[in-house]
Design a protein around this ligand. Sequence first.
Ligand code: SF4
Length: 489
Amino acid sequence: MSSVRHYCGLFAVAGHPDAAELAYFGLYAQQHRGQESAGICSADGRRIIRHGGMGLVTDAISHADLVRLRNPMAIGHVRYSTTGSCSETNAQPLLVEGAAGQIAIAHNGNLVNAAATRKEYEHNGHIFLTTSDTEIVLHMLANQRYREQADPLGAVLRHLVGSYCLLVMYPDRIEAVRDPSGNRPLCLGQVGGAYCVASETCALDMVGAKYVRDVEPGEIVTLTGREIRARHFAEPTAQAQCVFELIYFADPSSRIFGQSVHMVRKAFGRALARESPVEADVVVAVPNSARCAALGYHEESGIPIGRGFTTNHYVGRSFIQPTQAIRDMTVRLKLNPIRAVVEGQRLIVVEDSVVRGTTTRGKVQSLRDAGAREVHLRVASPPIRHPCYYGIDFPRREELIANQRSVADIRGFLGVDSLAYLPLESMLACVNPHKQPYCEACFSGNYPIPIDGDFHKEIFERNQLTFFDARGPLAKSAASDAPVDANNR
Ligand code: SF4
């Protein structure tokens, strides 16, 4: 699957002489979560300084930048623009200075009431410097109404609706926040006596940190020097951990929501093999995110596993390309079938998910061209029928193939001999052995966090998309060819 943008990755550390370097490597380990921009803010107890730029971590931050950023506290961010445009102005962390002093912020998620709150602030004379939904949090923190509260940050957070993990930096401390629904992952680690926070545990591994625990839903963890303090700003609500993190987004080496991503994906593959067996010669994974599920399918079925494709690591990500024709060509450049493995064989091809279907169809065609005798597609998640409003950049509803076609039609469109998805109940049984509530709205249409109608109407119209809420289409604006969505930052 490659038609969906990831969102953002966060890293913070306090009380370490190499804080900026640790942030750099923590972001590097989470590059899969955002490739449009990267940035780091660091602080020495009195002042915050910032550096950010477009592109990968290695493009945006140089060795000289890290030398300038050398301070004992740092926060970092890798980003995809999902609300707000893709521009350097929107690169995070954002840093401002006002009546409340200096504040920097980095955000993973999507604030569904940001547009309405922004309108209110603009009406009262506030000037916004970015188009990012995150900036509203800075304006609220600077607002006297919140500054006068015993816990200004907690008071601001209680006003926010949506999905958010935040790093809020003051000159003398970092506050790490996870929203009450726990929609995005955030974990706490310890490295050389200092505490650090990351979206995924793979970042802790990268910097040699020991995993301590997850930041809890509705919790603020304050990092100062080598100490932490924790408080809850809200009771955890109906929890809504994003199941797509486990299906596709998170790195297989990470543990998120208390589970190994690799093991959960293998369980998906095992369940698929039990529920949708087929006679075949070899199991192949569509690189890279379906490898764990393919391994599970192979282990459960006993059918040999083979490497069906080579991956060209030097090709840009296919979804960045503006037209379908260019995207198709990029797919072919990126994945080359290994003829010796696939020729004359009956293949079981395991995919993590199917979004538009065009990318998968290209892969199937390339396997046919390389001589595959049969292609049986097994998808390690249910059909995606609904948009995401919580920080994942799915295409608009009419571009989601499972929203428009039956499974039989999709089989024909993809050109496969058989097609089976992992049913929702089976998927949830794999991710949910302890009955923790997950968000699965993109499969079921049951949205666990309220959706702000005005917010979505505005951003959907701005992007010339069709506006839906959980019940269906509400308004349609002019059609656009742009393969963009309007969900998030
Ligand atoms: S709608 Fe899907 S992608 Fe979005 S938060 Fe829920 S599970 Fe994750």
